[in-house]
Design a protein around this ligand. Structure first.
Ligand code: NCD
Length: 485
């Protein structure tokens, strides 16, 4: 294991789950097959969704939980899952009583804890923190929620519930309500829904719409199209529709359509409610929608599963709990079999005869722009782990160069928090020029790419000693006059 300030050399089989997009659709189905086998083989005779017994397949394995933020369900269901598998758990759940209080970096903590356990789950308030942690870990790292970035294992529980209720994952219609900006559960969830061809009905609280980079990824990478849905007194502004069936494809002749009758009229399969993520907002007192019996009495919700990642703090009326559509406690119960399955697959304890669990979502292979600090551009997201003063010695400014639709242009996507930057200037170390020409990163061959350095703005490049390419190319008037003379 590496003890230097450099990322660990991973065991070739080590798999980290940081984003839901680190799993292929087939792998998600494999997790569900294994989770279902645990429910079948280790049942509770009274509750079909509860694991009632234990196995010994992980009897020589240890799970470390490293939680820098409060948690009830995620940590306890991960630990319960490991215990049900016959393994052991060690926990650091209170940063005030761990070495974080003394100023220890996440990168150091992870390298230490990796010697004490076989698999690790981490929750952290910074976006992208768990991706950084994984860079330093030779054992599998699972993201238990990083800032407002992602919460992939919550999405696995959500999808497992949806599959149970609807007998399929494809082409569902799901309404998502509340703080769509601050909720990491939502961000993992919408990517997965889009991948499985869902129609997504955003019902954001005012000012809490999906972040721009998530919205853009849904459209650009996950083939979602925006469809206005103002039909028959509907209060919804828009739907994300993923064309799956050929007849749907034909509806998408332009980037935005007025109405998609099919999508608007279709009954809703699930309503996913989230709480106001007050820990992620400066203004803690904002008006917030409440989902109650009256809201859910609309005919289109008559068969909808009402879901919530929990905790709820008033946005979902407790008077609704007795309704047959209320499935949030069942959803939380699936945290155990689903996380048992994920742990077992990541540790190679299960699934040898099943489908291989060694792949990874076939994401476009974007070139990585890896920039030495302190020069050049930094992530624009102030909550990204790269801005954490405790981690400055361990992070680099790393971005994927993502081609935009025109293919000739590009943006930078932070390799940690996945926020995008669209405007920047590109400089050449060799020639000492810079230009407001992001596409230079796309045009460059491998050799030239290594020579380029990106700055947030022209003034930063100038301050670092680079000159504007345009200014350099144009002959200076004084010199012209002199040569004439
Ligand atoms: C969620 C989280 O932590 O993001 N909780 C959970 O893991 N079930 C949702 C929330 O806190 O609102």
């Amino acid at each position: 294991m590496s003890t230097k300030n450099t990322p660990a050399t991973r065991h070739p089989a080590t798999r980290h789950i940081i984003s839901i997009n680190d799993l292929t659709d087939r792998e998600i189905e494999t997790v569900f097959e294994v989770a279902q086998s645990f429910l079948r083989d280790l049942p509770d005779s009274h509750f079909p969704y509860r694991i009632g017994r234990s196995t010994k397949i992980a009897s020589d394995c240890i799970l470390a939980s490293l939680f820098y933020e409060p948690s009830t369900r995620t940590r306890l269901s991960f630990e319960s899952a490991m215990l049900r598998l016959g393994g052991e758990t060690i926990t650091s759940a209170d940063p005030a009583t761990s070495s974080a209080a003394k100023g220890e970096s996440l990168a150091d903590s992870v390298r230490v804890i990796a010697n004490y356990a076989d698999i690790m789950v981490i929750r952290h308030p910074r976006d992208g923190a768990v991706r950084l942690a994984a860079e330093f870990s030779p054992i599998p790292v699972i993201n238990g929620g990083d800032g407002s970035h992602e919460h992939p294992t919550q999405t696995l529980c959500d999808l497992f519930l949806l599959k149970k209720k609807n007998k399929r994952l494809k082409n569902l219609k799901v309404a998502i309500s509340g703080d769509l900006r601050g909720s990491r559960t939502i961000h993992s969830f919408v990517y997965a829904l889009a991948r499985f061809g869902a129609t997504i009905m955003p019902m954001a609280a005012k000012g809490m719409e999906l972040p721009a980079h998530v919205d853009q990824r849904l459209r650009e990478e996950f083939r979602c199209q925006m469809v206005s849905a103002k039909g028959d007194g509907d209060t919804i502004d828009a739907l994300y529709v993923t064309p799956e069936e050929p007849h749907q494809q034909s509806l998408f002749s332009g980037p935005e359509l007025e109405t998609d009758i099919d999508a608007v009229g279709k009954k809703v399969d699930a309503v996913y409610v989230t709480r106001f993520q007050k820990e992620r907002w400066a203004d803690k007192e904002q008006s917030y929608p409440k989902i109650d019996r009256k809201f859910l009495s609309e005919p289109k919700y008559s068969d909808a599963s009402v879901m919530h990642p929990l905790p709820r703090v008033g946005e979902l009326d407790a008077a609704f709990d007795a309704d047959r559509r209320a499935v949030y406690f069942e959803q939380a119960a699936y945290g155990v079999p689903v996380r048992m399955a994920l742990i077992a697959l990541l540790l190679g304890l299960k699934g040898k005869s099943l489908h291989k669990f060694t792949g990874g979502f076939e994401r476009p292979k974007y070139p990585l722009y890896d920039q030495p600090r302190p020069i050049g551009i930094g992530c624009a997201n102030k909550n990204c782990i790269v801005h954490d003063p405790m981690e400055t010695q361990y992070v680099r400014n790393k971005f994927y160069v993502v081609k935009t639709q025109s293919e000739a242009e590009c943006k930078l996507r932070c390799a940690y928090c996945e926020n995008d930057i669209e405007d920047f200037v590109v400089a050449s170390r060799k020639n000492k020029w810079f230009a407001a020409d992001p596409a230079a990163l796309v045009r460059a061959d491998d050799q030239h790419f290594k020579d380029l350095i990106v700055f947030a703005k022209a003034a930063d490049a100038a301050e670092a000693g680079f000159h504007s390419r345009r200014a350099a190319a144009e002959p200076k008037p004084a010199r012209r006059a002199a040569s004439k003379g």
